[in-house]
Design a protein around this ligand. Sequence first.
Ligand code: DON
Length: 568
Amino acid sequence: MSLLNLKKSILLVSISLYGFLVYSQTQPQRNEGVIADKAMVVSARVEASQIGTNIMKQGGNAFDAMVATELALAVCYPFAGNIGGGGFMVFRLKDGVKGSLDYREKAPLAAYRDMYLDADQNVIPDKSLLGANAVGVPGTIAGIFEVYEKFGSLPFATLIQPAIDLARKGYILTENDIKSFNWNREKFRKANDYTIPFDAELKAGDTLKLPEMASTLERIRDKGRSEFYGGMTGKLMLDYLQKLGGIMTIADLEKYKAVWREPITFSYKNFQITSMNLPSSGGICMGQIMKSIEPYKIQKYKPNSQKYIQLIVEAERRAYADRAYFLGDADFVNVPVNKLIDKNYLKQRMSDFSWKKATLSSAVSHGNVEIVESNETTHYSIIDPFGNAVSVTTTLNGAYGSKVYVPEAGFFLNNEMDDFSIKPGTPNLFGLVGAEANAVAPEKRMLSSMSPTIVEENGKLKMVLGSPGGSTIITSVLQNIINVIEYNMTMQESVNQPRFHHQWLPDEVTLEPNVFDDKSVSKLKKKGYKISEKQSVILGKVDAILVKKDGKLEGGADPRGNDAAVGF
Ligand code: DON
């Protein structure tokens, strides 16, 4: 099997089985999700949504709830929730001020451009995905302390205690958890030199206790941020990584910083959309797609009809071609962000689009933008009773990250290094290709697709949303924005809708299988679109909140997982 095919099958299998699990083909129906008057958390697990909501019941704000929810997910959703990974938060304060926090992982100081290639410049299979060399310097603990110090209102111990209790007392395993553990069992064994707790004989309904994770969280509660970036927890992590042949050192931990960044905001009709800027491609790529389709009267086409899919796919194709070429960590490379979302540039990019037939990706390259030289994931959405909104996507990258599980400290480490372009043109776990802009360099952040997003209508809070799904995050979030703002769907209807995806390369439209209308699919095929709907692929897992016209909150929890909305 060629490396490309191998990567592609890893991508498909990972998307279909890594905890998203098989999507029971729910037909969309007019229905509303959970409704609340004042506050809500929608996340991948009911335990985490409940913990975040309880914090707000105790008087905490959305940022307090963020800290509690993030840590709860690290316990009961080890598939993606983490303290050994990283993420992004986009927020909107009640007065309309917006901002974002980047707690993305970084390449270790000893990392170098060709570290995943052998002497013949061939990619070493799995080196960027499995085991100690796949691990980027984790950002999550730095992230929650930044959030807490800037915006937290309750004592930190109050925010972390529910996660400690959850780890100590245990949580009940679902069918999805068990399938996902079984699916990854072999890799857990390959990546570790001992038996990790998720490799035990477990069945749905069992209570899984994680005492080592509980003790780690207690140490963080008592000693603070430095416990992770230099204390016993950091030491346990580094000792294990070094034993397994990893390159991370104490200097990497000491130098790590979460960074407050300007999010990207663009307009679409009466709406203002704010999402993550570099090192995530999410906001830029979504902005490119939305601004490319804005001139078209999209409401003329039914949702998921042939013309609707065609228009969005063609905009996606062009945006992802730009992503592959231009985007990387803006602290290291010069990215022409404003030009890329400029409406005239995008009009010109769409000028060779024809309704008559598919544009071939081979005929689409990155756009002509002059660069002036000067130089497996989870999303949760929160709105608090004060009107603050928080949108967070956090990840270990693949399911359970590198599968490296720190002994005595009880947590998984990410395999985020695979989000770099490890060799120009070589697809990553999500089939994405990249170029020099996203090459590995010491201390650089790897390009992400994570798109925690906030939508305003005429300046007022409208939606908080985001998704996991690697490259499909951007297109999943985008389709949900369109479902609500163009087609007036409820949040739950929107989340339930079938989704499709195109990312320039490979040149195919991925459809969630057996849920699209046959006529639209055959019309697309006739126009030359290659359709892929064979596997039980699911695209994204969107957890969102809609502020309804009457001011109440509606949760959209994705039925593709065990996701849940809790509010009051
Ligand atoms: O940052 C990124 O874009 C990826 N590491 C996200 C991974 C992801 O969504 C995993 N879930 N399927």
